[in-house]
Design a protein around this ligand. Sequence first.
Ligand code: SF4
Ligand code: F3S
Length: 381
Amino acid sequence: MKCGECREVDVGTTSRAGNLSRRDFIKICSAAAVYMGLPAAMGAKIAQAATARRLPVIWVSGQECTGCTESLLRTDHPDFAHLILDLISLEYSETLNAGAGEQAEAALQASVKAGGYVMVAEGSFPLKDGGIYCKVGGRTIVDIAAEVASSAAAVIGIGSCASWGGMPSATAVDMGGKSPTGAVGIAEALESKGVKTPVVNIPGCPPNGYNFLSTVLYFVTFGKLPEVDDKARPKFAYGRLIHENCERRPHFDAGRFAEQFGDDGHRQGYCLYKLGCKGPETFNNCSTLTYNDVGASAWPVGMGAPCFGCSEADVGFTAPLHSPARPIYVTPPALFTGVDGGPKGKATTGGALVGGAVIGAVVGAGIVTAKKTGKKAEEES
Ligand code: SF4
Ligand code: F3S
């Protein structure tokens, strides 16, 4: 066991990425445990499991833009290098493979034969015309995905395309309101081939990388997928409407709306409902987790852009962008922050802690909260 300054992960192994201390990693795992609805004490167990054995992962790409992988590359706690070098063993990924052609396909076949892996699906899968609209190495991606998934312990669909078809499944007016390629999510594609491996979806365009990382940590620790909703999304991440904890929610409740982009209301951070915000019908944790480790407001609504419902199957890429949302139910927000009492968009330490705990955000929120708590402690000392 190596410790000293605790500069490297040493819960059973040493970090090859080398940028995350053991202490930080256990903190992240403890935060992840809490945000996934588990006791904080589970953090040590999660850290132990995550570093004891690297989970083999085969990444299958269908019709996609690689945006989900790109988004994951921007995570910071832990970063992608730590993920693929220490926590998982990335056996195959068309976007990140060092090899190509026959060499890469041979590696894929060897990994499938070895078994004991999780398959990650990115992008949508075309069923129309026998799936000819997406092929790799002369085979349809649907056949490849079915073969890989058949021997997988579980399948994680990352992004809205893999979850339910996403943008490629958007209907085209000049094609009679149908998707040009018959694009569907990985669960439906596997069902069409009779493959019954369990699937969990992490929708979003792109999804928050921490929701993916938390799902991986959960699987590595418990050997099963987390509890999911009726769309196979982890409840810890997609259990609440964005609207419930939006930083602009006090304006909604007070009837203060932006009427046009760039008007006074928009500039003052008023609610974006009248500009088509789909937060009242979209389940996701964007409003509390935010993106890219750059602090509060780093998410669409925080930046002044209405949520377009990217993580909802019948909203994103389906409902017109600026049509009013159809509120599912209206509940009081879990927290009010920074509208009348403080600078817009800057959640207080207490607010972040309460909000994080209430909504069940995950690793990223944990580290953001830890950072804020640390900062506050420094200021108070
Ligand atoms: Fe926030 Fe949109 Fe709800 Fe307004 S409608 S409070 S901007 S989620
Ligand atoms: Fe998507 Fe809406 Fe979040 S557009 S990223 S679900 S704020």
